[in-house]
Write a protein that binds this ligand. Structure first.
Ligand code: KIV
Ligand code: ZN
Length: 506
């Protein structure tokens, strides 16, 4: 058995299926490039047959991203498999990942197919995929609620038809570590039958909060691939979290005894990028990448850590890219200081983008005394990039219990400043109405969340919005010391996406 654990990252496929996430093909490419920098082994770039947008995203990633194997999901349908192959064929290395449901409830209620028909479709699907590429993965969906005898028979048939990876999904997050180890052990013994070219894999959902524990426990039963997503995003309660798996096998090498190729120092940046583009905040106490993951609050802990970090820290913050760099920018910071701070967080900005972000830092520093590393990262990511983006210039709002809330927003459109007004139930609503005027679109608000970035009354707020325009969803993020202005900035980011970053005709 190999000692190498394959990290199969599905942030862009299962992760993107999480409610309210709507990544553009360009954003998916940015995440895929970061996943390549993290050196995951496989990037599941999407489900090519599911939409034109997903097809475009998978093909862009296949063309541009080098290093990891690029995979697309496909049902056991000829059209799906052909479409996956079309999207992937320019990749350096690629994999077609076919799946079919095998539990009684899925076969009877959802597919309305008999076990024999399911078996036939798996053999046909895997055979068709194998006609295109040698690297084929098969997943029996809802494996943990499938009759084990049927599960083994389907997986064996998939291997006989040419599948090289057999993935065991706990689709509904139902398994416990003890039974998952038992099931994986059975699959490993009875499906690979001693063949070390067949990899057994896990894909665990987190409905009972057991996804990471289940996945890791399967290593003891012979699993050598774990499917996971950055920040644990995914359907419902999410997937196994990539950063937790990577750091668990690194930190407890004595327990797991497997090697990984991932560069854990990229974890923090990857987590923040995914959070920013998906609009899903990272919970403060999130293992490995949460902002409190290395923060020591109590006096006893602080005292211990100051004497020797190892008294209360099992991982070095630098090992996950939380370098502890002390960055403080204030209103007296100049361009050189700003450039130096950007270098420290590994961000490169040029020309207009540099100037815009610098102006924004100065503007915020005038209102708030100091800007720390976390805030700088958000400011930089919040600054509209690209020539065509409509820029938020400023706003006035008025409201109170006896007057109708009203907002006037000023935007930079086609190089000219223009103001637009709107009213609403509250000041955020009024700003949203004014911005829709400015962009000339009608949008619905699907999700709205405010998270404080740092503690204190002068803290900056991070606002995440998801809007719906013409049946499509777009996310945006804005930060500001003022929640209404942060909300307006988030709407501008989402509205820019909805118009493809093109201002309406004057
Ligand atoms: O959860 C699941 O079963 C899946 C499969 C398609 C692998 O995502
Ligand atoms: Zn899944």
């Amino acid at each position: 058995m190999s000692d190498r654990l394959i990290i199969f990252d599905t942030t862009l496929r299962d992760g993107e299926q999480a409610p309210g996430i709507a990544l553009t093909p360009g954003e998916k490419l940015t995440i895929a490039q970061q996943l390549a920098a993290l050196k995951v082994d496989v990037i599941e770039a999407g489900f090519a047959a599911s939409s034109d947008g997903d097809f475009e995203a998978v093909s862009n990633i296949a063309r541009e991203v080098r290093g990891p194997v690029i995979a697309s999901l496909a049902r056991c349908h000829p059209d799906d498999i052909d479409r996956a192959n079309d999207a992937l064929r320019h990749a350096e290395k690629y994999r077609i990942h076919v799946f079919q449901s095998t539990s009684a409830i899925h076969m009877e209620r959802m597919l309305r197919m008999s076990p024999d028909d399911v078996m036939k479709s798996v053999v046909e699907g895997v055979t068709r995929a194998r006609g295109y590429v040698d690297d084929v993965e098969f997943s029996p969906q809802d494996a943990t609620r499938t009759d084990p005898e049927f599960l083994i028979a389907v997986c064996r048939a998939a291997v006989d038809a040419g599948a090289t990876t057999i993935n065991v999904p706990d689709t509904v997050g139902y398994a416990t570590p003890t039974e998952f180890v038992e099931l994986l052990g059975q699959v490993y013994a009875e499906v690979t039958r001693g063949r070390d070219d067949i990899i057994v894999s896990t894909h665990c959902h987190n409905d009972l909060g057991l996804a990471v524990a289940n996945s890791l426990s399967a290593i003891h039963a012979g699993a050598r691939q774990i499917e996971c997503a950055i920040n644990g995003i995914g359907e419902r309660a999410g997937n196994t979290s990539t950063e937790e798996v990577i750091m668990a096998v690194k930190t407890r090498e004595d327990q797991y005894g497997v090697e990984i190729g991932a560069d854990s120092r990229q974890l923090f940046d990857t987590s923040r990028l995914v959070s920013r583009l998906t609009g899903y905040p990272v919970q403060f106490n999130k293992a490995v990448v949460g902002r409190n993951a290395f923060a020591h609050e109590s006096g006893i802990h602080q005292h211990g850590v100051l004497r020797d970090r190892l008294t209360y820290e099992i991982m070095d913050p630098a090992a996950v890219g939380q370098s502890g760099t002390q960055i403080v920018l204030g209103k007296h910071s100049g361009r050189a200081g700003f450039q130096d701070a950007l270098n420290k967080i590994g961000v490169s900005l040029e020309g207009e983008d540099f100037q815009r972000a610098f102006n924004r830092v100065k503007e915020l520093a005038d209102r708030k005394v100091e800007i720390n590393e976390e805030e700088l990262r958000l400011i930089v990511s919040d600054t509209p990039q690209g020539e065509n983006a409509v820029q938020f210039v400023g706003m006035h709002v008025a409201g109170g219990h006896d007057i109708t809330p009203a907002a006037t927003v000023t935007l930079l459109l086609n190089g000219r400043q223009e103001s637009f007004s709107g009213t609403g139930d509250g000041m955020v609503h009024a700003a949203f109405a004014a911005l829709q005027q400015g962009f000339g679109v009608t949008a619905g608000l699907i999700d709205y969340r405010v998270v404080p970035v740092t503690a204190g009354a002068d803290a900056m707020a991070e606002v995440n919005v998801v809007i719906g325009v013409d049946g499509n969803t777009y996310s945006g993020r804005g930060i500001d010391t003022d929640v209404v202005e942060g909300s307006a900035r988030a709407f501008v980011a989402a509205l820019n996406k909805s118009v493809g970053s093109k201002p309406k005709e004057a």
